[in-house]
Design a protein. Structure first.
Length: 428
């Protein structure tokens, strides 16, 4: 056979399953019993979701998302957060592959949003004596969401729980990004289970740890996650940093995305930059355009910015690019230039939605300018000016709005936008 003829003797040997069984690779009894060791007693038992199109039915996740759940197997057994409900059958099998016939003693709820609590009912059915550990509000939400009142162990910040060799300390971190959220720190291994904080979009692609995968591939998705999910609560991120500052941390294990153990300072630096609204000296130009005239204005301004030595320019069509991506770049860059036509006496709908989302997520410390075309009347620059005032963005040039064809004088007004923005970006 051709196949056999082309395969070397050593390769044929490696295709023999018994050769692999004899290697150091640990083969699980079943694919669904796949777990990943984090520390001696601590394992990842999460799931990768590449089927869902929209996270929270809002944000596109073309590269999927992981729901990270963890288990500590000690004298007592504790699970930290569960997973989304559609993965719960395999989830229970994975737990049993690690604990066998033993009971699970505790479920720690760092965050009760259903992507992390979807398997709780199943877990409580499987382990009726399991005690749920979380904040007082987490218990209330557990009842609200699932009508469940299992044995409860309410904790506050700095409370501790011994599992045997492992000791858990709870850190009160409300509003990251729900009011009941907390973090859990294992004092011996120095693993921090951080909930959604430090999480990322993007399912795990083989590697779990930051040093096992192409971590740079996740950084843009981490920012998109931060800007759209956590960013509104930036003040709470800063409070959390203060609480974490006294801890020695070996590993940060969030509920989504990679587990960090080799580049923790890189991770903390990113979060510090984002939470202090530190931005790159560049411009995000976003337009809505029905027949291309407003798009031409966006291109003109961007070209003038480039001629004024600004290289970091991102142009987005608000009708085409999902706003979660645009908001991530708005978080990243110092300047935001917005333009669209008037539509039914309001902002063009795609711009209206984007502006509403910006107000919700509140990226701060931006400079801005506006432009618009109108067929017979215009409200855009008035409404965008009011928007900028509401969120305290600094308007650095007079808004430009014209009806019909622009005059040379109109184009010069766009030049003023580009000039003023470039001056501020270059000179501060
Ligand atoms: Fe990943 Fe806020 O749930």
């Amino acid at each position: 056979m051709i196949l056999k003829k082309n395969i070397s003797a050593s390769t044929r040997k490696n295709l023999n399953p018994s050769a692999i069984v004899n290697s150091k690779l640990k083969i699980p009894n079943s694919l669904i019993m796949y777990t990943i060791k984090i520390k001696d007693n601590i394992h990842w038992i999460g799931a990768n979701d590449r089927r869902t199109h929209l996270f929270e039915n809002l944000h596109p996740i073309e590269r999927g998302v992981s729901y990270n759940s963890y288990i500590i197997v000690d004298d007592k057994i504790a699970i930290i957060d569960t997973i989304e409900s559609s993965f719960q059958d395999d989830y229970i099998s994975r737990i049993k592959s690690l604990v066998g016939d033993r009971e699970v003693d505790y479920l720690i709820i760092n965050h009760i949003e259903p992507d992390h609590s979807g398997a709780i009912r199943r877990l409580v059915n499987e382990y009726p004596n399991i005690a749920v550990v979380g904040t007082k509000l987490a218990m209330k939400l557990l009842d609200n969401f699932y009508g469940l009142k299992p044995p409860q162990h309410v904790v506050k910040g700095d409370d501790t729980l011994s599992l045997g060799k492992c000791n858990l300390r709870f850190i009160n971190t409300p509003w990251l990004h729900w009011p009941e959220t907390m973090m859990t720190y294992e004092t011996g291994t120095q693993v921090l289970f951080s909930g959604d904080a430090f999480g990322s979009f993007g399912a795990l692609e083989g590697g779990l740890f930051d040093d096992e995968l192409d971590i740079n591939r996740y950084k843009d998705e981490m920012l998109r996650y931060y800007a759209n999910i956590v960013g509104k609560y930036t003040a709470k991120v800063i409070s959390a940093f203060e609480k974490l500052s006294s801890l020695t941390i070996s590993t940060i294990a969030p509920t989504h995305g990679p587990v960090w153990r080799s580049q923790i300072n890189t991770l903390l630096d990113m979060y510090k930059r984002w939470s202090s609204y530190e931005s790159i000296n560049g411009a995000v130009v976003v337009y809505g355009s029905m027949y291309g005239r407003t798009e031409q204005m966006a291109d003109y301004i961007a070209r003038r910015l480039a001629e004024n030595s600004i290289k970091e320019i991102r142009i987005y069509d608000a009708s085409k690019t999902h706003k979660s991506y645009i908001i991530a770049d708005i978080w990243k860059y110092k300047c935001v230039i917005l333009g669209c036509p008037t539509y039914n006496g309001e902002l063009f709908p795609a711009m209206h939605e984007l502006v509403a989302q910006i107000e919700m997520t509140q990226p701060a410390d931006k400079i801005t300018a506006f432009f618009s075309t109108a067929a017979w009347n215009g409200v855009v620059t008035k409404k965008l000016t009011e928007f900028a005032e509401r969120i305290s963005w600094e308007i650095v040039a007079p808004p430009v709005e014209w009806a019909g064809q622009p005059s040379v004088e109109d184009l010069r007004k766009l030049d003023v936008i580009a000039h003023n923005v470039a001056q501020r970006l270059i000179n501060g």
